[in-house]
Design a protein around this ligand. Sequence first.
Ligand code: GTP
Ligand code: MG
Length: 445
Amino acid sequence: MRRTPKGLRLHIAIFGRRNVGKSSILNALTRQEVSIVSEIAGTTTDPVEKAMELLPIGPVLFIDTAGLDDIGALGEKRVAKTYKVFERADIILLVSQANVWGEYEEEILEEARRRKTPILVILNKTDLFKPEQDLGPVRSNPPLADAPNGHRGTSNGAKAKLNKEKIPYVETCALNQGWETAAKIKNELIKLLPSDWITPCPIIADLIEADDLIILVIPIDKEAPKGRIILPQQQTLREILDKKATALVVNERNLGKAISNLKQPPKIVVTDSQVFEQVFASTPLDIPVTSFSMLFARCKGDLKQLTEGAKRIDELNPGDKILIAEACTHHPIGDDIGRAKIPNWISERVGSKIGPAPDSQCRVNFDIYSGHDFPSNLKQYKLIVHCGACMLNRKEVLNRIYEAKSQGVPITNYGVAIAYLHNKLERALEPFEKKKRDENEKRLS
Ligand SMILES: Nc1nc2c(ncn2[C@@H]2O[C@H](COP(=O)(O)OP(=O)(O)OP(=O)(O)O)[C@@H](O)[C@H]2O)c(=O)[nH]1
Ligand SMILES: [Mg+2]
């Protein structure tokens, strides 16, 4: 189970001020010394990740962060890194010292609200505070100078506030009741599980039926990883098998022959975007065809918005800046799809719009970002072209789409852009349109 890819894990991020016990909570939950714990504020610097199987929830990725009240030039950088973690958190654990509630805690609550991320507050270090200390209402903005520990609010005050706002919380002592702490948190976590975690959206299962035959076209080129097929292809294959349907896996060279050898046409052909053009050309028009990227754009992102984004390619002009965002940090080889092929196709398209002109005048500028690095100022871009994001969880993909939308920048992804650039978007979308039509018909009958 430890091999479940990160993108498929529930991301649970731990936030709070320095020294409140965030790393102790992580260690209690994992029952391991994953993060260094010390009484020195600012012990955790970079986010610490721990993948594990958290029963009964399943594969999760815990992310311990640096305190949001970190100070100094380095502190600022750490806080910025911590903020990045909000983008991929499916659930937020806000740890506060039991008697402390102030601007930092409010800030985390606000961030969770803004992103519609479920949150659980952990009032830790209950052993340090006697009930008689719990007097007076919470102060929402205690001056930091008063409190390395922000000793202003009281846990009663904090609890009253949380109760009033119906924010779930647990009270813990991570120091010497690790097991109890973990049990309390797990109980509450189960109640907060996002619905797309409980019922994940289908990749292909809703487009096919038992006994259908599906052809998957998987080219084995220089970019194919050694000795295996990539995650989206594995996941699609798994769903076909779960559905009790049959998959025929071919490379692009054998597709035509495979189709003509069949007694019945396949229900659908799904291709890797690398050989999109060839596969669309050699699949008879009466057989539905789409790409793995289109399937994933639908289940992981927002197909409608990514489609609208692709259509904006024709509005680009020479000199415009485009952001290419890749989720993984692979070494580009030869004609890399994101670094060479897509930029070339887009440049050609823009070039053809302005007619004969020296190549230098047709150039569109591309910025490439990879990993969790996604620029915060998107307004400088006329378009964002994102990879299929198999390494990111859905939350992070949706967050990026949301960010792009809120800054008014169109966004598309590799697969949708490739379909559009080859003038095949409509055909690639048809299987999804057909499904919608069938559902409507069923509803009306
Ligand atoms: N008394 C008491 N001490 C605790 C409790 N939980 C953690 N501590 C102690 O508080 C100190 C800070 O704990 P950490 O887990 O390192 O806190 P953190 O929030 O990760 O701190 P930074 O990484 O510096 O932001 C350590 O000395 C812990 O042993 C608790 O429930 N009660
Ligand atoms: Mg820590």
